[in-house]
Design a protein around this ligand. Structure first.
Ligand code: MSP
Length: 511
């Protein structure tokens, strides 16, 4: 049977400066979802990349005295190195400066123009350079500044091409009605409807003549294609579009999930669907707008100075501590605070105390009492039920949480099994059982139940903290590490465990 497909994307990030932990946040979550889907049998296409054109980058390059491409190249190399250190398992990395992308965006622009959906007009508006966004008077914040970044806007007037967004307003609302899960969380959908759609969609300026660092309009080359058409198209140009016969396009479009930060939900749920309707293409199945990681109440940004290279955290605490924090700390969809203290507290509480200790104690006891040999004589007692029943239910609990994109809750549920396992050790007191030879089969059963709970947790954790999960598999010396072996009782009984390794070292907070 052919596998079901799953196409998931992150935003393509601006390489205007080095990436920070906020970019990692989106990308780690997308990676965990992609890995989870792969493990559950989907044919996954996971895409990330960089959004390289625009006035802001042109300016930054100029300030540095280099060409825009020379400005972005090292940042992108660093980003790729960061993704590799974080274990980001992307299938494709798109750059908007890729020749294929540029050519295809020009074709997309022409298709929309030929259809009459793009026309030439004059743009008068208020422009925010850092955000590369135009605003109308009524959209500005209470101080007359950019509603997104609260910096100054300035008036500009120029000849420009426009996309007939207004034409698609009714169709868009109809699409929302028919696809109630299109925008998640639901609060973001209401925001789109009330703040942007109901007041009326205005046609959108889609070309600029005031800067050069962009993709030229083929039939009017003093214009470059303004960022959003260039950027949003990445999700289809990577698949070969406009060639709708391309294998990738036929297989993966429409996208199943565009994961984006809340500040760009508007572009993904209004402009992007309207562009796709203009092109006569299917719309993505879901856009999830997650919250921001903030530091001390403010947005992490390259400009506010609270930036630290995320590789420093990886070097200091390990890749899985960083991944775990990003996935576990913040209810997905909300804003959450990032601090090194919080990262340390999470690591010590969950990874060191709950997970690391359990694995270590259990493997050490197996070694001490039975020379690391695994056996299951099935001498059960009532107390086993709470552990075993939960372990049996866990895969479907996690599945439901992942389908609802409640990633932090899925992890919490997996850790509940680990906590129950620790409690099971306290309740069954293996060291007491070990005192009497007559209890040998009971003790073997207790250890088997623990090892089996660890194995099941490690399989489920593979999508989230893959390194740790692999290390546990190695210690267990088991071959049954795939999702189709999740059933309780699949740990082999003719194996010998490997030496216990310390999974996580306690982080000393006084240091
Ligand atoms: N280039 C556009 C996106 C185009 S997508 C067709 C862009 N780039 S960006 O570099 O500003 O990155 C935006 C994305 O990075 C956000 O949507 C979000 O997913 C992520 N984050 C950036 N800072 C973040 C935090 N502080 N916290 C969480 N996510 C953050 O917008």
């Amino acid at each position: 049977m052919e596998k079901k497909k799953f196409y998931i994307t992150t935003p393509i990030y601006y390489p205007s400066a080095e990436f920070h932990i906020g970019h990692c946040y989106t990308t780690i979550i997308a990676d965990a979802i992609a890995r989870y889907k792969r493990l559950s049998g989907y044919d996954v296409f996971f895409q990330t990349g960089t959004d390289e054109h625009g006035q802001k980058i042109e300016k930054k390059a100029e300030e540095k005295g280099v060409s825009p491409i020379d400005y972005v190249n090292p940042i992108i190399e660093n980003a790729k190195d960061l993704w590799s250190k974080l274990g980001i398992s992307y299938d494709y990395f798109i750059r908007t400066t890729d020749e294929d992308h540029e050519k295809r965006v020009q074709e997309i622009f022409k298709i929309m123009y030929d259809k009459g959906d793009i026309y030439k007009g004059e743009y008068k508006g208020l422009y925010c350079t850092p955000c590369e966004s135009f605003w109308t008077e009524s959209q500005l914040d209470e101080n007359g500044k950019c509603p997104d970044c609260h910096r100054d806007v300035h008036e500009v007037k120029e000849e420009a091409y426009f996309f007939r967004l207004s034409k698609y307003q009714d169709k868009l609302v109809e699409f929302y009605d028919k696809n109630p899960n299109f925008i998640q969380p639901i609060s973001r959908k209401n925001e789109m409807l009330n703040n942007f759609i109901k007041p009326g969609l205005e046609d959108l300026c889609v070309s600029r003549t005031s800067f050069k660092w962009g993709i030229p309009v083929t039939f009017d080359d003093k214009h470059v294609i303004y960022v959003w058409i260039d950027a949003l198209s990445n999700y289809i140009t990577s698949l070969g579009y406009p060639d709708t016969n391309s294998e990738l396009f036929k297989k993966y479009w429409p996208a199943d999930l565009h994961l984006v930060g809340k500040e760009i939900v508007r572009f993904h749920t209004i402009i992007w669907p309207c562009m796709l309707m203009s092109l006569g293409l299917e719309l993505p199945k879901q856009v999830f707008g997650h919250g921001w990681l903030i530091i001390d109440g403010g947005k992490i940004s390259k400009s506010s100075g609270n930036y630290k290279d995320p590789r420093e955290y990886i070097n200091e605490y390990g890749v899985d501590a960083v991944r775990y924090f990003a996935l576990r700390e913040v209810p997905f969809g909300n804003d959450g605070n990032f601090s090194e203290d919080a990262l340390i507290a999470r690591t010590n509480a969950d990874l060191v105390n709950t997970l690391g200790n359990l694995v270590n104690r259990t493997i050490a006891m197996s070694k001490k009492y039975f020379d690391s040999k695994v056996e299951n004589p099935k001498v059960y007692e009532e107390i086993d039920d709470t552990l075993i029943n939960y372990a049996k239910m866990l895969p479907s609990i996690v599945e439901n949480k992942m389908n609802a994109l409640k990633v932090n809750e899925a992890l919490e549920d997996i850790f509940e099994l680990l906590k129950r396992s620790n409690k099971y050790i306290d309740d069954t007191t293996p060291w007491v059982l070990a005192k009497d030879e007559q209890n040998s089969d009971r003790l073997k059963t207790v250890l088997y139940n623990l090892l089996e709970s660890i194995r099941i947790s490690a399989i489920l954790l593979n999508a989230f903290i893959p390194n740790t999960s692999e290390r546990i598999f190695k210690m267990l010396n088991t071959k049954n590490t795939s999702f189709d072996t999740l059933e309780f009782g699949n740990l082999e009984t003719d194996i010998t465990l490997n030496e216990a390794e310390i999974l996580f070292n306690r982080i000393d907070t006084n240091k």
